[in-house]
Design a protein around this ligand. Structure first.
Ligand code: KG4
Ligand code: ZN
Length: 349
């Protein structure tokens, strides 16, 4: 389909440790450039100060690369969308300042975007089919785990969320306990494919409503590994695939329980997943199984739109721009933005 009449939107994402820029025309992604910051892997987690410095170095070349790849000149852009929060304060400052200055210089609106809303709305991007409204979205990332009822792009209700660690954090922390580099999620996923998910039993605590708690699992794994390593110092090395498969099975069981309840209670069978952990192959297989057994329509974003990326930020920018919304040049980044809503307003203030 041609989108010649749709606006051209530049998206900028810098909330954590990925510097990303993308150009979209309506739902069509023309470019989506992501520069990962490998420097954090050696210390087992994101160092906020390093992250903001790296964003500063990368943001201009990444934006230029996104424009070049899309074969778009800056003056052709209709708006610049950027992540205002939640995320790391210093990292957000870099993307926010760059985006607002760029938009101001071009004389186009700047559109602040809620990072978690962007993960959900990655589903409007082509080429995958989009879920019909209302749909349920399980957003699972390194910082958040949320079950969201999406009534419309601008109307989302958080039905439940994690009370402590996020699902991605659980993956990363377990990986760290096993001596694996950061981010551990993709490595646990890869090792789990060769292991036995029933090799070791970890409990799957269930919270009230549609909420989760993952911190207990990390503590369980910590004590388990200490005990086993004391008896046999080669235990982790010998059994790493089985440990990963067993931990992953527990995390996936815990993630899916409230989702299954929500589908039944709300009678909504349009089910989407989003966020970095939606790249997990076990979760994808699990959802395909649920779709087949229960007749759900399951929507899984392409890998490139699961982990942090600017195409999803541009997608929100496009939808808000289409609704006549825009941000103010005074918009300040916010590490915590509890409400999942549009951050743009109907006219410049
Ligand atoms: O959405 P995202 O890129 O950044 C945040 O907004 O947090 O998510 C990053 C998280 C990390 O915790 C990473 O370990 C996890 O997503 N992740 C995975 C996989 N790929 C990324 N977790 C499990 N399996 C994967 N394949
Ligand atoms: Zn994210």
């Amino acid at each position: 389909m041609t989108h010649a009449n749709e606006p051209l939107i530049l998206g900028i994402e810098s909330s954590c440790d990925d510097t990303s820029a993308a150009v979209i025309r309506g739902p069509q992604v023309l470019s989506n450039v992501v520069a990962n910051q490998a420097l954090h892997s050696e210390v087992g987690g994101v160092v906020p100060e390093w992250a903001s410095r790296a964003h500063l170095e990368k943001i201009h070349p990444v934006v230029q690369a996104a424009l070049d790849k899309a074969v778009v000149k800056a003056h052709e852009l209709d708006a610049v969308a950027y992540t205002l929060g939640p995320g790391l304060q210093g990292s957000l400052h870099v993307g926010t300042s760059f985006a607002k200055a760029f938009a101001w210089a071009l004389g186009v609106p700047s559109i602040p975007v809620h990072h978690m809303r962007a993960h959900v709305l990655a589903h409007v991007l082509e080429p995958e089919p989009s879920p019909a409204y209302p749909f349920l979205c399980l957003t699972v990332s390194g910082g958040h785990t949320q079950l969201v009822k999406v009534n419309a792009p601008g109307d989302m209700e958080v039905l439940g969320q994690t009370l402590d660690d996020a699902a991605g954090e659980a993956f990363d922390k377990v990986a760290k306990l096993m001596g694996l580099p950061y981010p551990g999620g993709p490595i646990v996923d890869r090792l789990a494919q060769k292991g036995d998910p029933e090799a070791f039993a970890f409990s799957r605590p269930r919270m009230e409503g549609f909420n989760w708690s993952f911190s207990g699992l990390k503590t369980q794994v910590l004590h388990f590994l200490k005990r086993e390593q004391a008896a046999d110092p080669t235990f982790v090395e010998r059994r790493k695939a089985d440990i990963c498969a067993s931990v992953q099975a527990a995390i996936l069981d815990m993630l899916c329980a409230p989702l299954m309840d929500a589908v039944i209670q709300l009678g909504i069978q349009e089910v989407a997943i989003a966020g970095g952990v939606s790249a997990n192959s076990g979760l994808r297989v699990r959802l395909a199984g649920l779709a087949e057994t229960h007749g759900w329509n399951v929507y899984v974003p392409p890998f490139a739109y699961c982990t942090d990326n600017a195409a999803m930020v541009a997608a929100v920018g496009w939808l808000d721009f289409r609704d006549g919304l825009q941000g103010s040049l005074g918009a300040a980044p916010s590490p915590r933005l509890p409400q999942l809503r549009s951050l743009a307003v109907s006219e410049e203030v």
